[in-house]
Design a protein around this ligand. Structure first.
Ligand SMILES: [Zn+2]
Length: 230
C-alpha cells in the first residue's frame, strides 16, 4: 500500500507480528512505514503527519550527504526546465538581456556564463510571479477566496506556503514543474485560506476545483525532486 501526504509518498508494509508503527527513511530517500495489520488508515496517516517535520529534516540530511547532482555547466545544448518542458541552452555573443527564452531555446550571453545560475534563478523568479498571480486569480472564484498577496521566493523543501495574513507564497522552483502540477500547488495554497489544515474538508475543497488532484499530487511526490535545481 502507498500513502501520499502532501509531497511525500510512503510505502506501507503491514505485519501481523508488529505492535507498533515505525517510520524509516531508506538509503535512497524513500519512506517506509511498518505497521500492525488492521491499523486504521486515519491513525496511520496521523502518525506520518506528526512526523512530517522529522521526515523533511532527515531527507535534507540525506540530500546533503548524497553526491551532488552534476552542477549545470551552462554550455550550449544543456537542458533547462520550465513548466515541465526542457529547453536547450544556446550561448550567444550578443543580446539585449543576459538571458531569455526565445524560439524554444534559452539564450545566455556567453560573457555571463560565470553568473549563469544567478541569471536562471532570476529568470525563473521573474516568470513564476506573473504566472502564479494569474493562476491564483483564475481559481479564486471556484475556491471562494483570493490571496491578497502572491510572492515567489526560495522556500527550501516546500513548493508553496500559505501566510497568516491572507497571502500565498510559491517556491520559484515550482515553475519548473509541469503546468498542471504547478496549478495543483497554486490551488492547494489558496484553499488553505478557507481551510488551514489538511482536514477532510480541505481535500474536499481541493477536489472540487481539481477533481484529479490526487494524480497531480502523486506525480509530484514521485517526480518532483527530479525537477528542482539549476
Ligand atoms: Zn498544505
Amino acid at each position: 500500500m502507498r500513502l501520499t501526504l502532501d509531497d511525500l509518498a510512503v510505502e506501507v508494509r503491514f505485519s501481523t507480528r508488529r505492535k507498533t508503527v515505525e517510520l524509516t527513511v531508506e538509503r535512497d530517500g524513500s519512506l517506509t512505514v511498518r505497521a500492525p495489520l488492521g491499523i486504521e488508515a486515519e491513525v496511520l496517516e496521523g502518525f506520518v503527519r506528526d512526523k512530517q517535520l522529522w521526515i523533511y529534516t532527515k531527507l535534507a540530511e540525506k540530500n546533503a550527504l548524497r553526491q551532488p547532482e552534476p552542477a549545470k555547466a551552462f554550455v550550449t545544448g544543456e537542458g533547462f526546465k520550465y513548466l515541465g518542458r526542457s529547453y536547450r541552452l544556446l550561448l550567444v555573443d550578443e543580446e539585449d538581456v543576459p538571458l531569455k527564452l526565445e524560439a524554444g531555446r534559452f539564450k545566455l550571453l556567453r560573457s555571463e556564463v560565470g553568473r549563469g545560475r544567478d541569471h536562471f534563478v532570476a529568470w525563473y523568479k521573474a516568470h513564476a510571479l506573473p504566472w502564479f498571480r494569474r493562476r491564483v486569480k483564475l481559481y479564486a472564484p471556484q475556491i471562494g477566496a483570493e490571496a491578497n498577496r502572491v510572492e515567489v521566493r526560495d522556500l527550501g523543501y516546500r513548493w508553496g506556503s500559505c501566510g497568516q495574513t491572507g497571502g500565498v507564497n510559491f517556491n520559484w522552483q515550482t515553475i519548473l514543474l509541469p503546468a498542471g502540477v504547478a496549478d495543483y500547488v497554486a490551488v492547494h495554497e489558496q484553499v488553505h485560506l478557507r481551510a488551514p489544515n489538511h482536514s477532510p474538508e480541505f481535500w474536499t475543497r481541493v477536489e472540487r476545483v481539481l477533481p484529479d488532484y490526487k494524480q497531480r499530487k502523486e506525480w509530484m511526490a514521485a517526480n518532483g525532486a527530479g525537477f528542482v535545481g539549476v
